[in-house]
Design a protein around this ligand. Sequence first.
Ligand code: NAI
Length: 339
Amino acid sequence: SIVRRSSTTGASYVSRRGFASESAPERKVAVLGAAGGIGQPLSLLMKLNPLVSRLSLYDIAGTPGVAADVSHINTRSEVAGFAGEEQLGQALEGADVVIIPAGVPRKPGMTRDDLFNINAGIVKSLCTAIAKYCPNALVNMISNPVNSTVPIAAEVFKKAGTYDEKRLFGVTTLDVVRAKTFYAGKAKVNVAEVNVPVVGGHAGITILPLFSQATPKANLSDEEIEALTKRTQDGGTEVVEAKAGKGSATLSMAYAGAIFADACLKGLNGVPDVVECSFVQSNVTELPFFASKVRLGKNGVEEVLGLGALTDYEKKGLEALKPELLSSIEKGIKFAREN
Ligand code: NAI
């Protein structure tokens, strides 16, 4: 059979198979937590992505139904559902990209750090399996607190001897999505054209949107920039409160997760100049992990881009976020080493 993975054979394999689209090699994407509030719409969006040839949906329960449902959509990928730990290996085997929205979401009054105790263990066990079954996959970490779960994943991979800092990403795309939407509304520019880098981490004040670098340019006052910054930082809480106990952002997060996974796939496929913000191992500041613009390529992170020029307000925000972000990173590392 000529049906095999193309990560080593590349485009020639595609043409041999006679695909109409020369630029779409075989790619397997696994979603862990696929039956959840984020997982279901994210699975739907990944099923719509023509870069995906196999879509693997894993959860502790409920995935046969989600997979059967999504599989009827007449797009390229073949869908398979896996439920329960004994099927996790199969779900992961051969994955090029693994997206992790597994774990509990916030309720009103909770910070992302309040999720630590439950989600740290979930992330640790899923990453242990990734190290075993698909050590070369790009890992897109959505589970919160991202500021800690990414360092946990790094430690698990280090312990397993599979760590490659180019392949581990904290998904902060929703912060960018929010910053773009809020900026467009305030600046009265076409939202489809807006770009705003968001750096730092993914919780409260560690989320630092750089509106001074937003395009198209607009003449916003300091007060307006401050209000936009706060709204971006509290965007998640806005949704948590509106959902009043029924969870946190799921639909906008699924959209953001799909955008980021698509960028990873494009990078793997050799599309040039794919740049997204992500929380990665970094030398941009003195912190070991930091979110900034990242150029994606055939091996994952191709280049971690710097911060560019900051305003005094942004510089202050940057200094203010460092202690909290560092302590969240250290908490993750400590958990992984002690458990
Ligand atoms: P949810 O509770 O609706 O779904 C979570 C799913 O994870 C459930 O289906 C559950 O069965 C599954 N799960 C639990 N343990 C698992 C395990 N060991 N293996 C596989 N699956 C497992 O929660 P929701 O709303 O989908 O949120 C998921 C996570 O995403 C939360 O940690 C939340 O805080 C985070 N999140 C992250 C955002 C970001 O910007 N990075 C934005 C919004 C949420």
